[in-house]
Ligand binder design. Structure first.
Ligand code: HEM
Length: 408
């Protein structure tokens, strides 16, 4: 497949549903290829790892609407010392020790949601795993972290999902109406919340960040709000997709799944392989203001935009033998799913904790869970995940279409 054709496939609904053949076709032309003037695609593991760590490559926001302006004002789209300053302030809340302290609460949440899933599926009806587990779990964890009341979780979920549109590839000048509306509402919400927490601080991330802000003025109120919204944007659907994509793979591999259900000690290795195989975030981007040479790749010309396909690097056969196969016993997986370098995911430890707890809990409590018909994917390039993933939680004899008893 020629480069242009592979790029067109990736931008089509079929390519969004299954981007892996088009990634392979692009990679066959080199780990970084030129798609057009000032426009490149990176698909090789080593090249992506090098690009993300290269200080000559910068993140860049396109602040042309309320949603993209908020993201542009957050650490996700800031560079150099400005980025380091904000990242340092926020990193404390996501340090391994802080995250480990959430283990008990996350386990309790996973057990509660798994048991509710079992209750809903107990009558033999199909249940949507995304609605009943994959989305509720991370939104509850983030809301607890931010100190947002449980009653507002559904409101948050809807807006966070709408905001993700702003991280999808789009034509210059195109509008992100739903994302902009969600951003405006979230900004107003967090502005009020910051005001009330300032008067009555709690034991939560927002109160801690306000204290930092008020102590040395190192974080402006605008930055504070932009980063709070960005946490929701960066941490919610990604984690839901890790849980949904991972469950999809496990349902298709009942042998390895039952091993994990019986031995939660395998969870670390399984989660790395699930992250690799179906990266919840497939794409990020970088900007090269100057010419950049990466080993074995096309030279990147100055003033170029690079689409960095993390999901493609994760399936690079030079790095992972038989890359399309699920093999939780691979040596040294180190997927690119959380990025690399200065912008390496701030919430990686938290997302890993949630998944490492959730899968063994689900598989141990619902060992008979199986797919209930066709799952539907969200039509997205950047975020890879299911809109719904119907499951049966129990093996019951169900009538076939012919009315004969059967197990489907
Ligand atoms: C499976 C779940 C997750 C995945 C796959 C994921 C993926 C990523 C990736 C690839 C980046 C780097 C983007 C780039 O370099 O351009 C990133 C950055 C970030 N992530 Fe995550 N993320 C996940 C969960 C979370 C969670 C739970 C949080 C927080 C609650 C979070 C907060 C952030 C933040 C704040 C950044 C920006 C860091 C910076 O620019 O310095 N993420 N994430």
């Amino acid at each position: 497949m020629l480069i242009g054709e592979a790029a067109r496939v990736l931008a089509s609904p079929a390519g969004r549903e299954d981007p892996y053949p088009a990634y392979a076709a692009l990679r066959a032309h080199g780990p970084v290829v030129r798609l057009g003037p000032g426009f490149y695609a990176a698909t090789g593991y080593d090249a992506i790892s090098a690009l993300l760590r290269d200080p000559r490559l910068r993140v860049r926001g396109w602040p042309d609407g309320p949603a993209s302006r908020l993201v542009a004002d957050s650490l996700m789209k800031s560079n150099g010392t400005g980025h380091t300053r904000v990242r340092r302030l926020m990193a404390a809340a996501f340090a391994p020790r802080q995250v480990e302290a959430l283990r008990e609460a996350v386990t309790a949440q996973a057990v509660r949601l798994a048991d509710y899933l079992a209750h809903l599926g107990g009558s033999g009806e199909a249940v949507d795993f995304m609605d009943e587990f994959a989305y509720p779990m991370p939104i509850r964890v983030i809301c607890a972290l931010l100190g947002v009341p449980a009653a507002e979780q559904q409101w948050f979920r809807e807006r966070a999902q709408e905001m993700t549109e702003v991280l999808e590839p789009r034509q210059p000048g195109s509008h992100t109406i739903a994302a902009d509306r969600a951003a405006t509402e979230l900004e107003a919400y967090f502005t009020d919340l910051v005001r009330s927490r300032r008067n009555a601080p709690g034991d939560d991330l927002i109160s801690a960040l306000i204290a930092t802000h008020d102590a040395d003025g190192d974080l402006s109120t605008r930055e504070l709000i932009a980063n709070l919204v960005t946490l929701l944007l960066a941490g919610f659907e990604t984690t839901a997709n890790l849980l949904g994509n991972g469950m999809g793979v496990l349902l298709d591999h009942p042998g390895p799944a039952s091993r994990l259900g019986a031995d939660p000690g395998l969870a670390d290795a399984y989660v790395e392989e699930l992250l690799r195989l179906e990266s919840p975030l497939q794409l990020t981007s970088r900007w090269a203001a100057e010419e950049v040479d990466i080993d074995g790749a096309d030279r990147i010309e100055a003033n170029s935009h690079i689409m960095v396909f993390l999901g493609a690097g994760n399936r690079d056969p030079d790095r992972f033998p038989d890359p399309d196969r699920f093999d939780p016993f691979r040596e040294s997986v180190q997927p690119l799913s959380f990025g690399a370098g200065a912008h390496y995911c701030l919430g990686a430890a938290l997302a890993r904790l949630e998944a490492r707890i959730a899968f063994p809990v689900l598989l141990a409590r619902l060992p008979a869970m199986e797919r209930a018909g066709e799952a539907v994917r969200r039509d997205r390039t950047t975020f890879r995940g299911y809109a719904n993933l119907p499951v049966y939680t129990e093996k019951l004899d169900r009538p076939t279409l012919l009315g004969l008893p059967g197990t489907r």
